[in-house]
Structure formats: C-alpha cells, structure tokens
Design a protein. Structure first.
Lengths: 743, 743
C-alpha cells in the first residue's frame, strides 16, 4: 500500500472517527440522571424572558380596562351586598375562562363582623329646639348624574359607631385630635354632654370619637371641609358634575375602626366552622367609637358651623365654608337657629355578622410551585366605587386576562406560583385580606416572595406613586424604566416619577422616592403580620395643582364610572400605565431566576432611622440615661456589610445549580421576615415588624424606640427605651444573619 | 478493489465510527446547561449511602468513649469555672483537629445570670437551741473514692435560692406540693414562720419553696429519701462505692428555677455588646424561690425528720429513713434535740453575671448548605459530672471523631449542613442552648431540619429510651433496627427497646413507645420556641430492677468516672450503642434525599389528645357550655388525609428534580413550625408549640385546652376553653395546609 493510500485511509478513518465522535456527543442523549441531562435540568435554571415581558405589556389595552370599569362600577357593591356577590361571580367567571383564565379560582368565605345603617330608621343629625326638630341633615346625596342613581346606594354613616340619640350643645372641635379637644378645654369650654362637629383629616375617623369621649363629648358629627378636599370650591357650579370637586351634598363614608382584620377574631380566621370564641376573642368596644357618630355633607355642616356661638376658632381651624368658624358651645343669637337649640345625633347602626368572600385566583409555577408571588386588590366599595376600588380591579382583570391568554395558549408559565386575591370587606377594616393571612399564616410566611397591592389604581394622571419596603425598590425601578408615561411616550414612568417625587440616595444619587406602607390598604397584614416584602402602586396627583386631601369623590355616591371617565383618567391611559407597571413587577418577581429584590437597599432606610436617634436631644437624653446606641451602630454595620457581601456572592454564582439559586432566593425572601418580633408590641394587634410598626410619636426613628422615648420623657421609664433598643438591635442582627453565608 | 477489501474497509470504518460514537458519548462531557449534564446535576440528587452509614457505625469505639469520659470527668466543670473553660478548649481542639476535626468550630460567649454559694460562708442547716447551734448539716459529701476529691467540688446548694437565715419550727411537708402544704394546714398546723423539710420528687425544685412561701413557710430544706433513690437502701455498706446507690452524705444539687434561658433576658441573647435592658426585661423573682432553700443528704435529714414531734405523717409520705415520719411542728420530747429547738436555714448564695460559652462545631453541607441538622449536649456539670453530662459529651466526641475522619479523608460530606452544640450553663436552666435559639431565631427557624439531643447518654444498661415529636419516630426506628444491643448482638436495639417500652399503634401495631419532650434538657427551646422537630436519646433502666427516681449519683459528688465505669456501663457498650444510634439518626437526617421524618405519624398523637377531650365528663362539660369539638374533628380529618396524600405524592415523585425534592422536604421540615402560635400562651415564656406546651392540668389533652378546661371548672370561664379550642383547630389546620399540595 502506498503511503498515499495509507494517508488516505488514516484521514478517512479520522474523518469517520470524528463523525462518530460528533454523533455520539451531540446526537445521542445521555441517559441516567448522573450521566446525562435529565429533563428537569433543561428548565430548572431558566431566567426571565424579556421578550415575553414586552409582549405582555403590548397586550395591555386601555379600552379593556375602561370596559372592565364600566361593568364593575355599574352598581353599588358594598361588602356582602347583592352587588358584591355579583362581582364575586364575575371574578370567578373571568378567572375560570377557558381562553383567558387562570389555572384555578375559588371563593373563600369568612363570617365577619360588620356594621350597617338601618334602612328603616335612617341616621340623621338634627337641630332640636323645645323637643322639635327644626333642622335635619340630608339623608342621601343629591343625584347629579344618571349613573349615580340606584336603590342600593347606602346612606352616609360611620361604620361601627354605636346606635344612640345623644343631644347637646354643639361645639366645633377642628379635626377631633386629642389636642383639639384639649384646646377647647383651655378656652374654658366644658365639653361634658356636648356634640362635637369635626372635619375629616388630622386624626383617624374613629379617633375623633374616641378622643372626644375622653373629654365627655356625647356625640360626634364629621364633615369634609371644602378647604381640605375642594381646593376651597364649595358651590354647585364649581363641583361635580362640572368639575372633579365634591358637591355640597357629598359625604365621605368610612369605617370608624382603628384596627384591621375582623374585630371579633384577631389572629384567627373568622370561619363559621371553627366556631370561634367570639366573646372570648373579642375586642369589640376597643378601637371603635364609644359614642354615636355620623358624617354629613358640607352643605349641612355649613348650617351648623356658621351659626355657632362662642369665640372665634384659632386660625388653623378655619375652613372654606364661607363664614368665620366659632367654637360654640351652642348657636349664636340672631343666627339660623334659636340659641337655646341643641344638636342631636341620631344613629341606628346595626352590628351584624355576615359572610364576606375573597376570590382567589391561582397560576401554578413550573419550577418552584411552592414559592408564591401575591397580587391583590379589594373588591368591595362603599357605593359604586368606580375609583375605590374598581379602578384597581379593572387593572387586575386586564393583567389576568393577558397572563391568562399567554398561559392558555401555552406561551408561558411562571417559574413561581402566582396568587391573585380579590379581597372582601376591605372598607370595614381590611378584613378579607387579614383573615386570609390569619388562615394561611404558616404557609404564606414560609413561601411568599412578595405582595403587590393595587387598590385605587388611579387617583389622578400626573405620576406614579409607590409605597413599599426597601427591597421592592429595585424591581419597581426596573419595571418603571420599561413603561412609557401616558402623557409623553418618550418619557418613562420612572423619569416622570423622579420629576415628581425624589430623594437623594447615598448609593444611587437622585432617585424616585418610595413611600412607607402604613395600614391604609390590604398590604397591611402582609407586611406587618407576615413580614412579606410588600408594595402598593398607583397613579396620582400633581401636588402643584391640587391640595385635595384625596380625590374629592372618595367614599361618596359620586365615585362613579362617569366621574372616573371624565375627570380621573379620560382614555384610561394612566390605568394602562399602572397595569403595565404592576404586571411587569409581577412577571419579574415570578420569572426571574434570582429574585429581583435588592436586599442592600434596606441599609439606607436603617441608617435614616438610626440617624434620627443618633443626634440632638434624642441622643443627649439617651446618654443622660446611660443608654448607648453603639450596639445598634455595630449591628447596622454588620447588616450593611452582610448585604454587600451577599450581592457580591450572587454575582459570582457561576453554576446555575438550582439549589444554590434557591438558597440565595430564600435568603432574599426571608430577609423581611427577620425583622418580625411577635413579642415586640404586645398591645398592637398584628403589628410585629420592628421597622414598620405603627407609632404615636413624631420621632422619625424605629417605631418602638420612638414611642418608648417619647413616653419616657414623661414617665422616666428609660428601661422601656433600652428594651426597644434591644428589640431593634436583635432585628437588625437577625437580618444580617439571614444574609450572611449560610455555612 | 475486491469486495473483500471493500467489506474490510466498510467494517473497519464501521468499527472506527462506533469507537468514535462511544468516545463522543461517554468520554467527552457535554457542555452547556441546556444540552448536557452540568456538574451539579451529578450530585444534587444523591441519596444516603448505606455502606457509609455502616462504616460509620463500625468505626464507633467503646474504648474511645471510655477514654473521652475519663478525660472529661477528670475534674469538676461547673458552668463558667476553670474546669468548664478547660473543656471549652478541649472541644475546640477536637473539632479543629486536622485529622479528625470538623470544617470549623467556634466559641460563643453569653453573659448570663447565675447563682453560686459563697466559699467564705458555706450554707448550712442547723438546729438551734437558746441561740446555740447544737447540730449542723455536713458542708460537703464524704470522700469515698480517690477520684472524687477535688478542691473545686462545689458545696451542695440550691441555685437561685435567695440568701437569708430564717429560723423556725421544723415541719415535714412531704414533696412540697401545694396539696402537701394544704394537708398540713388541714391537720391544724400553722405554717407561718416554719421551716419545711421536703423530699425530692413530685414537684419541681423551685416549686417546693414557691408553694411553701404561699403558706407562710420561712425556709425550705430538701433531701433525697432513700426510698425514692436507693430502692430503700440507706447504709454505707449498701451504697457507693459498694453499689450504685447514693451514700448517706450524698446531696442532689440543682437549679431552683422554673423557667429556661437566661432569667434576665427572655427572648433576647444575653450578649454583653447588646447592653440589654436587664431591669426592663427582667423577670428575676418569678419562677425562683422567694425564701432561703438548701438541699441536704439523707444522713442529715434523718436526724431532723426522725426527731420530729406531731402526728404521724400520712402513709404515702413515709420514707426509708428507718423511723416513723411525723409532721411536726418542732422536735419531739426525748429525742435527739430539746423540744424547744428551732431549725435555721443558712443560705449565702450570690447572684452573679458571668460569661458562659457554647462551643459550636460545623460541617458544611455539599448540596443544601442552608439546611441544618443540629446535634447538641451540654458541657457543664455540677461536680465531676461523669454521667451528667459527660456521658453525652463522650458520645458526641466519638461521633464527631468518626465523622471528622471520614470528612478529612475525603470519603464523605453531608448533603445538608450539620451543627454540633456543646451548650454552656444547662444546669442553671438550659441557658446556653436557649440563648443560642434566641440569637439565631430567624435563621434557625427557617433552616433547621431537626435537633438531636443526647444529654446523659447512659442512665443504665437495659434499653434505649427515646423522647421526641412524632415525625422523629420513623428515623429513630430506622436507626435502631440497624444497631445491635450491647447485651446480645443478635437482638437489635429496636427489638430490645420494644420489649421494654411499647404501645399499640393504630397504624403499625406494637411498636417501641417514644416519650414526650418536656423541658428537661437542651431540646426545650428548639421544640417549644422554634418548633423544630426534636428528640432526646439515652440508654436507661430496666424498671423491673429499680424504682430509683434517677440514677442515684445524680447531681452529687459521686457522679464520677469510677462510678460510671463500675456501675453504669462497664465496657461502655451502652455508650457505644447510643453513639451508633444517634450517629445513624444524624446521618440519615443529613444525607437522605427525602427527609426521613414521617409526617403522618403526627396523626396518631393528635387523635390521642383529641380522644381525651371527646369523651366522659370532659365532653359533657363542653356540650353543657355549648362548645363543639366538631371543628377539631374536621381539622384532624383534614390533617390525616393531607398527610396520607403527601406520603403518596412522595412515593410517586419520579424525576429527581432537586426543586421538587426540596419542596417536599420543606413541607416536612416546616410541619412542626405550623403548630407554633406565639399568641397562644402569653404568660409562658418560650412556649409556643400548641401541642407540647407545658400544662398544669392532669387532663391528657392539648395543653392549652386542658388548662383552660380545668380552670373553667372553677372559674366558669368557658370562653377561654373556646379560645384554646380555636387555637388547636388553627394549629391543626395550619399543619394540614403545610402538607397539602402547594399548588
């Protein structure tokens, strides 16, 4: 054989061998878990698909949201009424739709304590002279548009205010704060047996009556001052339907309840079949008005306030009713009423236990079904509730329609499970969402990645407004950079937002400013009780254009589709922007391989709270009482360093080992939980998050520390200050420990 | 070319191609996560290696344990003393040994509240007549063996009993139960200002003084009756060093403290740098004796009791001191002492805050480093502490030696991380372990699979004794079936155990009986506060052979290596069996792909507790008060069905997808956590496990329900019963919910 033949044979054999190697390597799948790639290994480390995210946003239609809202707000749907029940069906139908529905949907019923006016005996506020009622407030708002009229419009009332008919001299008590009543006493007025008229704002609804009762007040009347809600406008011509301002007959309804969750079953789900010890568990009577209370419109309030006798009220107490506000007691001579007349508050509210439903929708996660991303919004309104809450429900339904379509078409399934909640009886005190967290406490605490709340989705058209805990910042920023503003498509929601609300971050420079979560909507029990990273998203006002306390039709009979369509968001483009933003956040949380929550952002907030205590009088008083902040400083340093190292470790995660990924994700998820301390605030139901608990003090530091400090200035109980400092140190250390390398 | 050549070329090419295919398929690893098997996929689903388990057990040597014990018990090592500090060094050295050590070891220091006698002013109990001490108890035990003598032997005392020198007439108050004092009052005795002598047993140490003080008793003396500890033997000839029985001079020391954890810092780690608000946090004064208290030997007790005046004590109160026990008050005429003489209790205990250390050892898990299997044992003793606790430490050191060797030789690394704890200051109230759980509450709660406690490893040679929560049963059974008994190698520890302690399980028939965990050792905060599945393992007595309350040298100066070596476990084969069993359990928990904890075993326990409430007077009283057990019955049904379905789903898990495995393991791990309710027992520090909390009632049902029921029989507060029923229903529902399919 010639060397050429040999060469040829060798080359040929080499080629054949190479072909074989290639075939063997690429064409034949490896078998067995330990040798080849098992099927799960193909999907287990898949990351967020940006093109799918874009496709989701493209599919969100403003017209669909408008259509949703028209349907949702077509009739009143106060908690547990027929209108509410019809919406339960609507939600179930949408979420069970074969083309655009979710994997499953269900109705969860709780048996909850509510309060309604008696249709047979309407509440009123009357002026009484010689046992004759010579004036009575309106029983309902004036119908100014066609879509507003409905037999089921509930008369204005103060939910949970007790029935009764107290009668007494009228006094004007400003906002019903404790300091307001104190001021009246200082002015020499004996409040015993008086009726106090107060304006909304400054103090919680229930607080106006709780405070008043402490001073001997027998009944409370509440109204909305045009100065607070209407930028001063008070005439019919300048108000709805001619503008967005509240008409003179408008009355803000509301829950007069300082707590959240079913009042009779704190910490336990109000389930009929659990036969809860209502008497034993009950806290009825605390946190709700001890005396009859009734809200009225400013048209009626004007009749009462503008006829008061007594000294002129302080300047800060004056409003826009078009007269000088006197404090009383009683009516002036030569006014509308005899100066002998009293005011009577007639309340016939009934306490009832009724079935309220949450509607829950579910999409199963493909890789981590046991990790939940939650998204919720309440369903119940006071009247038609076009804005509160149906603007949120309309957005949620559009998000679920688009996701449902992608799901049913087989184009998408999230990495993690998604749970949608349409909460019941929020208006009475966040009841549906709280009962849900009570019922599934253990499971939700172990598995929930984050909770997104969109209650009122659009207050106004100017800018996004976001509230949330620090880890939510990064995902909200990422999402808002990808959404265009309604007004000018070249500007992102992020940039527009930064123009309206911003702050200087030590880490990032000027950034949009995220607000803190109080207990104003259904996120409350998720953050305060379960310690789940939470956020609340909405479009809102340009504060240069209005000083209204809230949108003027809030909780009135004027919160209708017409109102929303003409004055809040014509074209529904702000609704669309919110749907895109919230949906983007949701998809990032559900699909990102590494959770898009930046843990190191907590450091800035902790520093901010620390700095308040570490200077001025606060620090001086601590030192004088031998309390050192050093341990807290050490803990903060430990936290910040742990968070920075953690972020470095994430960057260096080379292999996409699913258990390594899961480990860091669990650390991110559980960071918020590390701040929980169920022993920290034994007297504050459901509040256990050491950083965000409610507080009474105006010291802008850690809430327990702030309250203990303010209290110690009076009581000298510095041990309590030391205790709450220890609680904060322990929480920050726990948070650091959660982020430090596990081994 | 001939056809033969062609054939040859084709065959040759075929062979070359085949070789290539084989090479390509097997010799070249596939690259890229989506196409080939990534490196992590080779190990991520590896299961327990049974041969390695066997190899571990084979390497456990009784001689090494004996050697460990000799070293550990060579000198007294009471918490925070020099002897204790030397053992800290020993532990660190062993665990940092390059050949047989762990990945890492560290010393964690807490600054804790302890109580010691004053070496300058020894405590005593004296008989005083006309201001002359005419008799005084021994200040120390008699040295009966050489290895017992040591300058650091602490004199017998009641830790936390306050200093004082009360003097009064002596009474005999049996076991110092509330009912015992009541009985004396019924007999017409005025207890005011008396000194009560009581025997160990029946009530907790501190309770004897707490109860007595309520009746006006001024001081308490405690002794061990030979009837309770020595099967009646009281002479020197029949006691140690001639047998295992307690010599006449022996005194049981102990902590007279009803709580666990550092008394001044409940819920917070007693860390110096946290500057805890000790005064604010403190609960000193509650749970510890309000009056001076001192333990004495029965030799001295005999002098006191056998000379008492008064009526003969009830039969059940009689003991084995060799005389008739009278109740007093005071001494009889014609006895050893003038009948005018009083007894004086002289206590000079000092309250101190001292640094106590835990020594922590760590082995990093290969696949799930963020899952912890914990194993612990305290290090501190009262005196030489050969049995309590060094028999446990000797076992732990042998387990870590063998595991460390396998680790350092590269033969093994666990799937999950293993944490070893050598706890400090257990004898004063489980302090080291409790501070550890307080400091790392959040992290441990999120990541801990189980806690294994081996305190005293061998009480006696007869049989295994296990305590634990129901899920621990399956792994303990699996382990004990693989270990041979010391006595007869053909009998497994399991079968031998079943012969000694058994019960009829509705699911399995006759099985060894696992006891409940109280708060007797360091597992307490793991189970009650953190809700981590826990167990306690030891070898123990044949109850047909002795009725001793505990091994007779317990907490005395006689608990020495000689005692252990001659009377407790000659040959150390029981120690070896415990080491093999506990190590086997540990390896199964650390290495099994699916956690070897059978969740459905909780159902039997829940049924058992339910059945007590669902019959007889208990049920009749519930019905009479309109309280229905139906919701609990429904919840139990839900739990059992969820657990059965869960076990079915595990069996059907086909793919070894690591996230699917992790999901079910998290459900197993968190089952125990679902029973926690931090609101359930607001007055019981650290108790939050609804199934296992402490109780005072003797109703063998759920503890909160049992106590509320017993109390309601007196107070008629049936709302509390309803509340605790709700708490149980909520806990069982949460547990069911944890096991139900996550999506």
């Amino acid at each position: 054989m010639s060397w050429l033949k040999i060469l040829g044979a060798v080359i040929g054999a080499g080629l054949v061998l190479t072909a074989g190697i290639l075939l063997g390597h690429f064409a034949i799948p490896k078998g067995g878990a330990s040798q080849g790639a098992p099927t799960w290994a193909q999907t287990v480390s898949r990351d967020l698909d940006e093109s799918l995210l874009q496709s989701f946003m493209d599919q969100v239609e403003s017209a669909k949201i408008q259509e949703n809202l028209k349907t949702l707000a077509s009739q009143p749907h106060m908690a547990t009424t027929e209108g509410d029940k019809e919406l339960v069906k609507l939600l179930l139908n949408r979420w069970q739709d074969p083309q655009t529905g979710l994997d499953s949907a269900s109705e969860d019923v709780y048996s909850v304590f509510l309060s309604f006016p008696d249709p047979q005996s309407p509440n009123s506020v009357t002026v009484v002279d010689n046992n004759n009622a010579i004036f009575s407030t309106r029983r309902s708002e004036k119908n100014v548009t066609a879509d507003q009229a409905h037999a089921e419009v509930v008369q204005p009332y103060a939910a949970y205010a007790p029935p009764g008919n107290p009668q007494g001299r009228l006094v004007y008590a400003n906002q019903g704060k404790r300091s307001d009543y104190q001021e009246l006493v200082t002015m020499g007025i004996n409040l015993n047996g008086t009726i106090a008229i107060t304006r909304y704002g400054g103090a919680g609804r229930a607080a106006k009556a709780v405070n008043g009762a402490e001073f001997g007040v027998a009944g409370v009347v509440v109204y909305t001052d045009p100065g607070d809600i209407n930028d001063g406008q008070a005439s019919e011509e300048k108000t709805y339907p001619n503008s967005w301002y509240m008409p003179p007959s408008g009355v803000e309804r509301g829950s007069y309840n300082e707590y959240f969750g079913d009042l009779l079953t704190p910490y336990y789900p109000a389930k009929g079949n659990m036969l809860l010890g209502r008497a034993g568990q009950g806290r009825a009577g605390s946190g709700i008005p001890p005396i009859p209370t009734q809200p009225i419109g400013f048209e009626d309030a004007k009749m009462l306030i503008c006829n008061l006798a007594g000294s002129v009220a302080p300047t800060a107490w004056q409003g826009s009713l078009g007269c000088s506000y006197n404090v009383g007691p009683g009516f002036r001579t030569a006014g509308q009423f005899p100066n002998t007349s009293n005011v009577q508050v007639n309340v016939y509210n009934q306490r009832v236990i009724k079935n309220s439903s949450n509607v829950m929708g579910f999409i199963r996660g493909s890789e981590e079904p046991d990790r939940y991303v939650l998204y919720g919004n309440h369903r119940d309104s006071w009247v038609h509730g076009a804005i509160d809450p149906s603007s949120g429900t309309a957005v949620m339904l559009e998000i679920t329609r688009v996701l449902g379509k992608m799901l049913k078409e087989g184009k998408w399934r999230p990495r993690r499970s998604i749970i949608f909640g349409s909460w019941g009886a929020e208006e009475f005190g966040l009841i549906g969402s709280t009962e849900y967290t009570e019922e599934f406490y253990s499971k939700l605490r172990a598995r929930s990645v984050a909770y997104i709340n969109v209650d009122i989705s659009v207050f106004a058209n100017a800018t996004l407004r976001a509230q949330g805990t620090p880890p939510a910042q990064s995902v909200i920023f990422a999402a808002t950079k990808q959404v265009q503003t309604p007004a000018s498509p070249s500007v992102s929601v992020y940039d527009n937002w930064k123009n309206h609300f911003n702050r200087i971050s030590p880490s990032y420079g000027v950034v949009p400013s995220i607000g803190s979560l109080g207990a104003g909507s259904d996120y409350a029990s998720f953050i305060h009780y379960l310690g789940i990273t939470s956020m609340d998203l909405a479009y809102t006002y340009d504060r240069n254009k209005t000083s209204a306390r809230i949108y003027p039709a809030y909780h009135t009979a004027f919160d209708t589709f017409d109102y929303a369509n003409r004055f809040i968001d014509p074209g529904f483009t702000s609704h669309q922007a919110v749907a895109r933003t919230a949906g983007n956040v949701l998809l990032r949380l559900a699909d990102s391989l590494i959770l898009p929550l930046n843990v190191s952002d907590y450091g800035e907030k902790l520093d901010e709270l620390y700095n308040v205590a570490a200077q001025g009088d606060f620090l001086a008083n601590l030192i004088a009482n031998k309390i050192s902040l050093d341990p807290l400083k050490v803990a903060l340093g430990r936290f910040k360093s742990a968070a920075a190292d953690f972020n470095q470790r994430i960057k260096k995660l080379k292999e996409e080992d699913p258990l390594q990924i899961r480990m860091v994700n669990d650390q991110i998820m559980l960071l918020e939980r590390a701040f929980l301390n169920p022993q920290a605030f034994p007297n504050k139901y459901h509040y256990s998050h050491v950083i965000w608990a409610s507080k009474s003090s105006n010291q802008a530091t850690f809430p327990g520390l702030a309250d203990a400090y303010t209290s110690a200035l009076e009581t000298k109980d510095w041990d309590q200050v030391q205790k709450h400092l220890t609680i904060v140190v322990q929480a920050v250390d726990s948070a650091a420990s959660t982020l430090e390398a596990v081994a």
